[in-house]
Each structure stands twice: as C-alpha cells, then as structure tokens.
Design a protein around this ligand. Structure first.
Ligand code: NAP
Length: 479
C-alpha cells in the first residue's frame, strides 16, 4: 500500500485536487479506512480533459507498432506484479486473493490482445460502382475519450477500455469507481513506466461523479464515452452525451437466466452454476440471476447446489482458504438482504444461507432459495450477491418466453446434452452472449456485450477496437 499512488494523474504528473479535497477508500472486510486519496472536482476534470485534448494529435500520429509495444510492456509489468496488484484489489474490493490474481491475469490479457490489434487496423481501397470514382478508406482514432468504470472488476474494467483506446490512438480521461480507485491509479503508474506519453491517459478519482463528468460530456471536446455500470446511470449518461453528439459504448446491467433442461448433465450444470453465480461473490453483470430448472430435476439440482454453496468458506479475502469475501459495502449487502427477505415472504424456501453474520465487514453467506415466486423482486433486478434463486419450468417454449421477459439481455446460460436443443434455445435467447454448458463467457478475445437495456457496442474481440475508431472515406476521380 505504501507505494500506491493516491493523487490524480493528469498530463503525466501526480497532483492533489485543486481544492485540496480528499476522500477515504474503505476495506469492505473490516469497514476501516485503508487510505485517503485525492477527490477531484470540475476544475481538475477540465485540466485532465485539456491534457487529453493537447496530447491527441501527436498520439494519433504515433506509429501503431509503438502503441502496440507500450501495451505489451504494460502487460508484462502487470503480470510481474500480479501479487502486489491482487493484494491491492482485495484490500479495496474484497474479493479473495485467488480471484484477484485471476482478475489480474484477465486484465493483463486485454493489453496483450490489443497490443496485437494495434498493428492490424486496416482500411480499404477500390473503384466505386460508377467506374469513374475511386474510394480510399482509412481509419482514425475517434479522439479524446471519457472512460467510466465500476467497482466490481477494478482492474479489468479499466484495461478493457484503456487497451483498445491506446491501440486505436485515442487519449483519455478515466474516472474509476470511488470504492476501488487504487487499482486504476496503480495501472496508470504501470502505463507511465511502460512508456505511455504524458496526457494520453489521465485519471481523476472523485466522489462527485456527476459534477466532474457532465461538463466533459456536454463540452464538445470529449468525442467518445465508454461506460460500464448500471443501466440507470447509463441512461442518464446517454442523455448527457446527446447534446454534443458524443459517441457512446455502454456495458450495462444484466439479469442472466440460467436454464437447466431435463437432459442436462447435472454435474456440469452445478459446476456451471457455481461459476456463473459465485464468481466475484455474485457481484458481476454476468452473474446468473434467475435459475430456471426443469421441474423433473429441480429438487436434485437444488440439493447439489446447496451442498456446494454451503461448503464455501466466507471471510476476509486475504485469509488462506477463503472462497467468498465481503460484499462491496453496506448498501450492497442491504440490497441483497432485502431481496432475500422479499422472496421468503412470497414463499421461497431457504436451502442454505440467508442469514447475515454478526460482526464487522460486509459479509453475506452463499444462499440458495427454491420455490421462488415469479413475482419476487429478485426476478426483476440484479441481485449482485451470492444468492441463487431457483424457479421451475415445464417446457422449452415456456422457459424461453420467461427468460426473455426482462428489459436486459447481457448473457444467458443453457445446460442440455441435446445439440439441436442447445442451438435452438441459444438462438432464441435475447442476449449478447450465451454460455452453453459452461458458466463462464468472459474472454478478451471474444466480443463482450449485451442487447436490449444491457448496452450498446462490444468490448474485446476483433471488434473491440472499432468502438474507438472512425472511418474516413476519400473520393477521387479515376483519370
Ligand atoms: P454504477 O452505480 O452505475 O456506477 C458505475 C460508474 O459510474 C461509477 O464509477 C460511478 O461513480 C459512475 N457514475 C455514477 N453516476 C454517475 C454520473 N451521474 N456521472 C458520471 N458517472 C457516474 O454501477 P456500479 O454499482 O459501480 O457497478 C455495478 C453495475 O455495473 C451493475 O449494474 C453491473 O451489472 C454493471 N456492470 C456491467 C458490466 C458489463 O460489462 N456489462 C461489467 C461490470 C459491471 P459513483 O459511484 O461515484 O457514482
């Protein structure tokens, strides 16, 4: 912790907030303050925007190979410092160290992937159909970007945006979540060490997100917003972006269905459920939120899942052998408690968990609810906690209709041993991603994103860089 930067990173310099404001970063395992960091206001945001705008032209002209090599070096530094970064992440966010190490590797991979993409930005040339005109097509960076990230994957949500922005030749202002700013500041220091020129990445940590971001979005100099967070905040930012017609990428909330058919391999389904539900203590946009299990296997599935969930060890993420860390804060835990209470009031049975432990920290036990009523509030909102809610279904059409009956469409999970059914059901689910007999879809080489109110655009994969590039078409007569 002693070497972790705690100031704003603007134009390559570490600065206090202009008004001297600071804010605390808490440890969710103890509720104690880890440290205080700079708390930016609108003046600091303007300075960061100015730094990004000033650096844009030269950065856009930098050789793709040079941009690629900065990313590659940063990838290597991140991996060398896995342990240090994982401890930092666990301290500010709570996830167990083993998961934090996994996230460091996942986060680094975005830099390796986009270091490879930076040198593959292509254009096109050709004769237009009239035969009289020629077309030259080139791709250029969209311009200075505002990147806003959530707290649940403090490092990976940053690298998933910064990687393609650097590869495309964009400069940026990053505003991380106030609960987990330390990972982003550490990342900025690593990129500086890897040779990123001053002003290309600027980081403003703040407790005043609206005051800091809105003027940038409306000001006309920021050309792109890439946001990951809740659908409600995404909607607000889309409205703010409309004024200056800022291009947007939106990675928003989910309400993932997890469907287990009667012909599923139940062993695989329970393994998949553990991953899809318990990765990140259930605090993931991809977390399975609604378990639809065929009535003929529901009891057996519930029993096996409850056994596995009940065996998980809850405790501070730094302690050996812990599987489940604390939730991010008391508000997050309070939401989970209220959703479970509502489901139980409407007739759900608690197979395991369901009771908040005494003592400090924001812990909540792995919980399995069965006989959940379709009217329960946890059917219409992200639980964002370690709670699996099981409902039963009778036939394929019915479960597809119920799975799609939500404004969200990020990911769905399907468990069946029948190939025809697997493809048929996957194709009918209104989601951007499907986990077929697996509980994990995230991979830097695959396009991540949702449909409906889960977002706009994709991050990662071959298309991830497109979000940061514009086309320019040049017309020229054929002589
Ligand atoms: P959130 O409340 O929407 O916040 C996300 C980020 O937006 C934070 O940095 C937050 O800062 C900032 N923010 C909030 N209001 C703002 C405003 N008016 N102007 C500018 N920035 C603002 O979401 P969260 O609770 O941190 O994260 C959980 C949500 O993220 C869930 O819905 C989850 O599904 C979603 N998520 C989606 C993906 C995906 O790829 N689709 C990945 C991870 C998470 P403040 O906290 O200071 O307001």
């Amino acid at each position: 912790m002693t070497d972790t930067p705690t100031q704003l990173f603007i134009g390559g310099a570490w600065l206090d907030a202009a008004d001297g404001a600071t804010m605390p970063v808490d440890d969710p395992a103890t509720g104690e303050i880890l440290c205080r960091i700079a708390d930016a206001g609108p003046k600091d945001a303007r300075l960061a925007e100015e730094a990004a705008v000033q650096a844009q032209e030269e950065w856009a002209r930098t050789a793709p190979r040079a941009r690629s090599e900065i990313l590659r070096r940063a990838y290597e530094i991140i991996l060398e410092r896995t342990d240090e970064l994982a401890h930092l992440m666990t301290a500010e966010m709570g996830k167990p160290l083993a998961e934090a190490r996994g996230e460091v590797a996942y986060a680094a991979e975005f830099f390796r992937w986009f270091s490879e993409e930076a040198v593959r930005i292509d254009g096109g040339a050709g004769i237009l159909p009239d035969g009289r005109n020629r077309m030259l097509l080139s791709r250029r960076p969209v311009g200075p970007c505002l990147l806003i990230t959530p707290w649940n994957f403090p490092l990976a949500m940053g690298t998933r945006k910064i990687g393609p922005a650097i590869a495309a030749g964009c400069t940026m202002v990053l505003k991380p979540a106030p609960q987990t700013p330390l990972s982003s500041l550490a990342l900025a220091a690593i990129l500086q060490e890897a040779g990123l020129p001053d002003g290309v990445l600027n980081v403003v940590t703040t407790s005043r997100a609206g005051e800091v971001c809105e003027p940038l979005l409306r000001g006309g100099r920021i050309r792109k917003l890439s946001f990951t967070g809740s659908t409600n905040v995404g909607r607000l930012l889309l409205a703010q972006s409309a004024e200056a017609v800022v291009r947007t990428s939106m990675e928003l909330g989910g309400n993932a269905p997890f469907i287990v058919f009667e012909d599923a391999d139940l062993g695989k389904a329970v393994d998949g459920a553990m991953l899809a539900k318990m990765r990140n203590m259930g605090e993931a946009c991809t977390a399975a939120n609604r378990f639809f299990v065929h009535h003929s296997v529901a009891e057996e599935f519930g029993r096996r899942l409850a056994e596995r969930m009940g065996a998980l060890v809850v405790g501070p993420g730094t302690r050996d052998g812990v599987d489940v860390g604390p939730l991010i804060d008391r508000t997050g835990r309070g939401k989970v408690e209220a959703l479970v209470a509502d489901a139980v009031e409407r007739g759900a049975r608690v197979l395991v968990g369901g009771r908040t432990p005494e003592g400090p920290g924001c812990f909540y036990p792995p919980t399995v609810l069965t006989d959940v009523s379709p009217g329960s509030r946890l059917m219409d909102t992200e639980i964002f906690g370690p709670v699996a809610a099981i409902l039963t279904f009778g036939d394929e059409d019915e479960v597809i209709r119920r799975a799609n009956d939500t404004p969200w469409g990020l990911v769905g999970y399907v468990f069946t041993e029948g190939l025809d059914r697997a493809l048929r059901v996957s194709e009918r689910l209104e989601v951007g991603m499907v986990g077929l007999n697996t509980g994990l879809v995230s991979n830097p080489a695959a396009p991540f994103g949702g449909v409906k109110q889960s977002g706009l655009g994709r991050e990662g994969g071959r298309v991830g860089i497109d979000e940061f590039l514009e086309y320019q078409y040049l017309a020229m007569p054929v002589r």
